[in-house]
Write a protein of this length. Structure first.
Length: 538
């Protein structure tokens, strides 16, 4: 049997090009005719699956809008997709946070669906989004987008069905007359998902950002729900967000400066350390290959003992942690160069391969400073402006935050290349492996700014995280407003260090130089949201 006879040929001998999205297709077994304009029958089955989940798996979800019921509106086929089943994108109305869903096509050339619990990038229009694989009986595989639309803004079902919940489509409004006004284009999806568009070589080299979802999710809600909801919303660093939320709401409800006992502080320090280490390692094995070597992500070896100091010394450092740290403290660049030349570990090989590009672009750091005075100033700035988090500044100037700007590091200003900033992450792994819980341990805290208003903060894998909360007047059990300023917002400021470095790049560089330089900067600043590189018009 040759390769062609292994697949169903249909009426065109396996050629799918004559079949368009509007083509009616008849099943030759049961004579059922599929009319694309009537939708995919799997949508109704998916709605039934979600309804079952509503009574079984979802009752304990902290964010549920009881006034909404499940409805499978807004599904449309992807124009140009071929096959007996088109790919259908849609955002069904649900009482919990609404996610765009994708029902994959059935033909060989249709968009691939990630396996259950797996991850993949699927394109909607000209933008790639992260999707998570799922499976339901009768529906079979489908995918859920990693972004969501908060349901709390819809007071009742009619407000969601009457244009409140947008449709998802892959074409721009001008591309097809049949796209309704409430269709969600790729650009609109990007705004909801949080995405940066990088335009190296241009003065405005960074555009985009993250919408203020924390306020929409928590306004009017009980303070006890903040930690769990924000941990789920910012799941990449969920424990750090949980800690900051607990610190902020705890301090906001205190009549005096919020105090925490030593046992609680020790438990939270250990929790923060474990997550920070896990994020560092995940970045080294999954993001560094893509950004620093244009290679596929790798899998962590021997994951059962990944958090032990022996594992870190064997798979990351290639030597005792204390010895590595001693050399780094004395001479960061010399330490990194000698380590890359000698060690055979996976991170060392990646840093050795990218040095030619990553250690030749210089940009002096502008560290975000965290002390009592500046924390008070930041709390005032966040409280005064709902848009402060979109482009935060410290004393009127953009600042950057990361492992290389820890306040206890006297050499912070010396990490003036992407290579050294990336090396600082290795140094933090070495400190964590050595069990260093002294002055260089990750810090966290909270301060009461005004009655019912507080700021919680912590140092985490990507830098300093800030949570600001204001409780409802006369009801300290409910939240009036909530704002989050994450490290990525500092680092991707339109006039910040990274933006200026990107504006100096030349997209015309050949031999992979341009992509390698952009990748080096992304490896150093490590955004927690998606980004695309756009060279048009540069």
């Amino acid at each position: 049997m040759d390769e062609r006879t292994k697949q169903f040929e249909g009426c065109h001998l396996g050629a799918s090009s004559p079949i368009a999205t509007h083509t009616c297709l008849e099943c030759k077994f049961c004579c059922w005719i599929h009319h694309p304009e009537q939708g995919d029958p799997r949508v109704a089955t998916l709605v039934a699956h979600l309804a079952t989940a509503a009574t079984s798996a979802m009752p304990d979800v902290p964010a549920v809008k009881l006034a909404l019921r499940i409805e499978g509106t807004g599904f449309e086929p992807v124009p140009g997709e071929t096959g007996a089943r088109c790919v259908w994108f849609g955002m069904p109305i649900t009482p919990w946070p609404m996610r765009p869903l994708s029902l994959p096509g059935a033909m060989q050339d249709s968009v691939e669906c990630p396996r259950p619990a797996g991850k993949a990038h699927l394109r909607v229009g000209d933008v790639d989004f992260k999707w998570l694989g799922a499976h339901a009986q009768d529906v079979r595989p489908y995918a859920r987008c990693s972004l969501f639309l908060p349901m709390l803004e819809f007071p009742r079902q009619k407000s969601a069905t009457s244009g409140g919940v947008p449709r998802v489509t892959s074409c721009a409004p001008a591309a097809a007359g049949r796209v309704r006004e409430r269709s969600m284009t790729a650009a609109m999806l990007a705004a909801l998902a949080a995405q940066y568009r990088l335009r190296p070589g241009r003065h405005d080299s960074i555009a985009g950002g993250r919408p203020p979802l924390a306020a929409a999710l928590l306004r009017g809600q009980p303070v006890a729900t903040a930690a769990a909801r924000l941990s789920a919303l910012f799941s990449l660093c969920g424990l750090a967000h949980r800690l900051c939320a607990e610190l902020a709401v705890g301090a906001a409800g205190a009549s005096v400066e919020h105090k925490r006992d030593d046992v609680t502080n020790a438990a939270h320090a250990a929790m923060l350390m474990r997550e920070t280490l896990a994020v560092h390692l995940r970045c080294m094995w999954t993001d560094w290959p893509v950004r620093l070597a244009a290679a596929a992500p790798h899998t962590l070896p021997d994951v059962e003992s990944v958090d032990s100091s022996d594992w870190l010394e064997r798979h990351v450092l290639g030597m005792p942690a204390q010895k590595w740290l001693a050399h780094w403290t004395d001479d960061p660049r010399g330490c990194l160069a000698a380590w890359c030349a000698r060690a055979a570990t996976f991170p060392a090989r990646l840093l050795a391969a990218c040095r030619a590009h990553a250690d030749t672009m210089r940009a002096t750091p502008r560290p975000l400073i965290i002390d009592e005075t500046r924390l008070s100033e930041l709390a005032v700035a966040i409280a005064e402006s709902p848009v402060f988090a979109h482009a935060p500044v410290q004393r009127g100037l953009p600042a950057e935050t990361g492992v290389w700007t820890r306040s206890d590091d006297p050499r912070a200003l010396e990490y003036d290349t992407p290579w050294l900033r990336i090396g600082a992450r290795v140094a933090e792994v070495a400190r964590l492996a050595a069990g260093d819980d002294g002055p260089s341990a990750l810090r966290f805290g909270a301060r009461t700014c005004a009655p019912g208003e507080a700021l919680g903060w912590c140092e985490m894998s990507r830098g300093v995280l800030l949570h600001w909360v204001r409780l409802a007047p006369g009801d300290a059990a409910r939240i009036e407003d909530y704002r989050v300023v994450a490290p990525t917002e500092w680092n991707f400021h339109g006039q910040g260090t990274l933006a200026q470095a990107l504006s100096r790049l030349d997209p015309a560089c050949g031999d992979g130089t341009f992509a390698a330089r952009v990748g080096a900067w992304m490896g150093a600043f490590d955004p927690c949201v998606a980004y695309v590189v756009d060279t048009d018009g540069a």
